[in-house]
Design a protein around this ligand. Structure first.
Ligand code: XMP
Length: 461
């Protein structure tokens, strides 16, 4: 049997070439992760429960990438995270949370905490009759007072379809920062907030959907309830679905792609595979992009446990020859790895461990010997397996469960924005070395050179 040699990121370097691209600032890092989904930054955050819920997805999308919400929760909880992202930066909130006049202040305060918003249009049926904002109740101590007593009755409104500039003028003139949208019968049709306008103006790089809202992906498995989950996530308006299965070679994965594509007009990213055959199988089933990576991830045990895998850079290079966007999933530990993954043919890279120690990842900061950490775990670890079972109210059966993921503490290191900036900074630098103004040129111009042990040492690998 012939045995091929394959390489991963630290086995090679990118070879520089004569370049006319002087400035890192002038290069374009945009990419298509499917035919219709474009990102300004080729980065996805991993669908793992210690990496991506709404906070991470919001931060990554604002920075120009996209987050994929994990599936290790109930359908409702996952859909809720999608909704939070969709509401984050929305010039027109189409369905603002509303209250009625009979709400007591105590009930209103509970709603404020639950929904994370403090201004509500007050309605009778569908008709707008007032606004209640923090200013109306911040010093009120009597929790039994009603919204009807506390609300502002003369509400400044605009008609639906008002332009962004006109909305700004109306809010400036009326000295308000919430603008309900109504028709001539005062039927509430939406709301614009000053905060959202400011955010919108400030995030020109952000990944946005057609309605100007932040983009977000949602993941599913192939268990018996997968179609219910897809229905819930499509309803919550996820921009694409990721079929998150460690072994993307299972026939059920291709069948799942087919079923979803039959029923919904939504992008499907399927995986994980590590060979061109695996990619072609999922492409034939109708997938729009493929996730590549069997065992390269920082919390992965697939290779030591099963002995199966493929060195990640070779896997990316082989898989990206199948004529469909490939997402390099796992093993990115520094900006050089991202550069090599993209140069090797990936449309984008998915990142877990590097993002796990940030403000935006789920979970609390843990302090140990005067250092701050956050928890990171593989989704096939014992802990993740049993926590998921508890969340979705399933029996935990650890007998016969062979974990293929590890659990560890990762150093806490502030906001994910800083990490993304560093990753993209490295990629931009590599592009200038390779005379590439955009990622298409970067892939075309890329040549790798192999490293000896001494070469690795010299490269600080
Ligand atoms: P990094 O290296 O960025 O990798 O931390 C993140 C990716 O690792 C995959 N993943 C796993 N792989 N066992 C595995 O073999 C696991 O328990 C596990 N959990 C996550 C996943 O593809 C993720 O995006």
């Amino acid at each position: 049997m012939e045995i091929k040699n394959a390489v991963t990121f630290d086995d090679v370097l990118l070879v520089p070439r004569v370049s006319k691209v002087y400035s890192r600032k002038s290069v374009d890092t945009s990419t298509h992760i499917t035919d219709s989904l474009k990102l300004n930054v080729p980065i996805l955050s991993s669908n793992m429960d210690t990496v991506t819920e709404s906070s991470m997805a919001i931060a990554v999308a604002k920075a120009g990438g996209v987050g994929v919400i994990h599936r290790f929760n109930t359908i409702e909880a996952e859909a809720d995270e999608i909704t939070k992202v969709k509401r984050e930066q929305n010039i027109v909130i189409e369905k603002p949370y509303t209250v009625t006049k009979d709400y007591t202040l105590s009930r209103l305060l509970a709603l404020t905490t639950d929904k994370g918003v403090s201004s509500f249009p007050v309605v009778e049926g569908k008709k707008l009759v007032g606004m209640i904002t923090r200013r109306d109740f911040q010093f009120e101590e009597n929790g039994a007072k009603t919204v009807g007593e506390l609300m502002t009755k003369d509400v400044i409104t605009a008609t639906k379809g008002v332009s962004l500039d006109d909305a700004k003028l109306i809010m400036q003139k009326g000295k308000v920062d919430k603008l309900p949208l109504v028709d001539k019968n005062m039927t509430l049709l939406g709301m614009i907030t000053a905060r959202d306008i400011m955010l919108y103006d400030g995030y020109s790089n952000a990944s946005k959907d057609r309605k100007g809202r932040l983009m977000v992906g949602a993941s599913i498995g192939i268990g018996s309830d997968y179609m219910d989950r897809v229905i819930g996530l499509v309803k919550a308006e996820a921009d694409f679905i990721v079929i998150d299965v460690a072994n993307g070679y299972l026939e059920k994965v291709a069948d799942t792609v087919k079923e979803i594509k039959k029923r919904f007009d939504i992008g499907v990213i399927a995986g994980n595979v590590a060979t061109k055959d695996g990619v072609l199988n999922l492409k034939r089933a109708g997938a729009d992009a493929i996730k590549v990576g069997i065992g390269p991830g920082g919390a992965c045990l697939t290779r030591p446990v099963a002995g199966v895998g493929y060195p990640q850079l070779s896997a990316i290079m082989e898989c990206s020859r199948a004529g469909i966007p490939v997402i390099a999933d796992g093993g990115i530990k520094k900006s050089a790895d991202l550069s090599k993954a993209i140069a090797g043919g990936a449309a984008a890279a998915m990142i877990g461990g590097m993002f796990a120690g940030t403000d935006e990842s789920p979970g609390a900061i843990v302090t140990k010997e005067n250092k701050n950490y956050k928890f990171y775990r593989g989704m096939a670890s014992v802990n993740a397996y049993s926590d998921r079972a508890v969340r979705i109210d399933e029996a935990v059966d650890l007998e016969g469960y062979t974990p293929e993921g590890t659990e560890r503490l990762v150093l806490y290191n502030g906001s994910v924005v800083k990490i993304i900036n560093n990753l993209v900074g490295g990629l931009r630098s590599a592009m200038t070395y390779l005379n590439s103004r955009n990622l298409k040129e970067f892939r075309k111009n890329a040549r790798f050179v192999g490293l000896t042990e001494a070469g690795k040492k010299e490269s600080k690998y």
